[in-house]
Design a protein around this ligand. Structure first.
Ligand code: SF4
Length: 348
């Protein structure tokens, strides 16, 4: 099943990332592996991203969006499922193949101050990945570094080469972090809350920069945030995550203007979208998400859902196509058997 209709650079199929819950040595000796419990951080997500397009992932803290992002750049290994990047499943890459993949897939982290080595100046920060990936000529490396600094708007580049992270503003540091992600000219970039640590006054500049770069350099992008107004600005498609599942995904305008899943509706109620045409739906979001180690039977959003039905406590909803490349995991949009048959034919 492919979520985006365009030719995908990255296809994620039923991805699961589970982490073992640590137990005491005594428990391990008594129970062995029998009592092993798992945190289901990502629990069966599927989507694709095409070149020139950006997919946003939104949801509360702990919903699995950062784990998904880190798995896409192989900072975590998938437990099961596939991450197919340019036709190759990256799950078991090693050695040179993994290095080559890392060349093409990069991540921008939330806190530029923590993600940059304080003992490296800008030139050293940006040259390091070039050295690791085999660019031997110092002259070529310097030219690439200068060019990349220009791309991210740190001009004239020569002024910034010798600066250390503590000698720059938050916005300049995040531009350096973006430059480090771009210096290898990747085809896929994931940004995890890249402006949440920055002043509001400089957020727009960073967001505009990232949006333009993804389009101009024909990369595929992924943008992770809990702020739906930023997702709306940045992303062509948007997925809403809840407890390890994508409960709704579709074109950003469709999802933000008229969310269908009760959780997406609640999330949009909580995050004001400054647009007069936005269809305002007030859906309270009560309670806390259940423990990801002990998920409730049926729909995992059930205990917090005001529209819960009998079937919701018994049967876990599966993704259902609702038109225009949009999918919703909710029994409110149950298909008739005829519709399900048609959908299967369409996916074959
Ligand atoms: Fe609510 Fe049921 Fe839909 Fe879950 S499946 S979101 S409980 S209506």
């Amino acid at each position: 099943m492919t979520w985006d209709q365009r030719a995908a650079l990255l296809e994620v199929k039923d991805l699961k990332v589970h982490f073992p819950v640590r137990t005491s040595l005594m428990t391990q000796m008594v129970q062995g592996n029998r009592g092993q419990r798992w945190v289901k951080a990502v629990d069966g997500v599927s989507f694709s991203v095409a070149r020139g397009r950006t997919l946003g992932l939104a949801g509360e803290s702990g919903c699995g969006k950062t784990t998904t992002a880190k798995t896409l750049v192989r900072l975590y290994r998938p437990t099961t499922g596939q991450v197919v990047f340019e036709g190759t499943d990256i799950a078991n890459l090693g050695g040179r193949e993994l290095t080559s993949f890392r060349h093409r897939a990069q991540m921008v982290f939330q806190d530029p101050y923590e993600s940059l080595n304080p003992r490296f100046n800008v030139q050293a920060v940006l040259e390091e990945p070039l050295v690791i990936h085999g660019m031997k000529s110092a002259k070529e490396r310097l030219a690439r570094v200068m060019e990349t600094l220009e791309i991210v708007g740190l001009t004239p580049p020569s002024v910034y080469l010798s600066r250390f992270p503590h000698q720059m503003s938050g916005g300049q540091r995040q531009r350096v972090a973006i430059a480090r992600a771009l210096v290898l000219r990747p085809s896929f970039v994931v940004a995890d809350e890249p402006v949440s640590m920055l002043d509001v006054s400089i957020r727009a500049g960073i967001l505009n920069l990232m949006k333009q770069l993804i389009r101009n350099m024909n990369m595929a992008g992924m943008y992770i945030s809990h702020d739906l107004s930023l997702i709306r600005y940045m992303c062509d498609r948007t997925g809403i995550m809840y407890l390890g599942r994508i409960v709704e995904i579709g074109e950003t305008d469709d999802v933000v203007r008229k969310p269908m899943h009760p959780y997406a509706q609640a999330l949009l109620s909580a995050v004001p979208v400054p647009e007069v045409t936005h269809e305002e739906i007030k859906v309270p979001l009560e309670g806390e998400p259940p423990n990801p180690v002990d998920l409730p039977p049926g729909c995992r959003f059930g205990p917090r859902c005001g529209r819960r039905m009998d079937i919701c406590t018994r049967v876990e909803p599966r993704p259902m196509a609702v038109g225009n490349g949009r999918w919703v995991e909710c029994h409110l949009y149950r298909q008739t058997p005829d519709q399900a048959d048609q959908e299967m034919v369409g996916n074959e």
